[in-house]
Design a protein around this ligand. Structure first.
Ligand code: ZN
Length: 133
């Protein structure tokens, strides 16, 4: 499989609006856009950083995965996303290597990307997202 780059860092926040003070006002990043992914009960805000992006994740529902993450671990980096050339091939290869997957097949993420998560148990505690755009 071919990893192209770190696509984005997914950061769980209680309020995107509130965190703009740091990421935009203080750090000088630009908000490229926001999008709500209903299936994952999350609103995402993309802030490009060179070739990569910071992705702020705000839960739209108290029982969404991001809300549960914050409840357990507090705000902070929730996942690291790697862009791959072919996500189906990458998943098949990892599966063959015995890596535990959360998503056996890609699902639709923000920005029309195809995404899939690997299980943190298989990655040393990091929630790894693969994405193809
Ligand atoms: Zn992501």
């Amino acid at each position: 499989m071919k990893i192209v780059k770190i696509d984005h860092l997914g950061i769980a926040v209680t309020s995107i609006d509130e965190k703009k003070k740091f990421w935009i006002d203080a750090m000088g990043l630009t908000l490229e856009g926001t999008e709500t992914v209903a299936a994952q009960k999350v609103t995402t805000a993309f802030l490009p950083v060179g070739e990569s992006e910071v992705e702020l994740l705000e839960s739209t529902d108290a029982d969404g995965p991001v809300a549960k993450y914050i409840e357990k671990k507090g705000e902070g980096i929730q996942h690291v996303a790697f862009r791959v050339e072919n996500i189906e091939e990458a998943l098949a290869e990892l599966k063959e290597k015995g890596i535990q997957l959360i998503d056996q097949t890609p699902r639709k993420g923000a920005g029309g990307a195809k995404i899939a998560f690997l299980h943190p148990k298989a990655t040393g505690g990091v929630l790894v997202e693969l994405c193809e755009r």
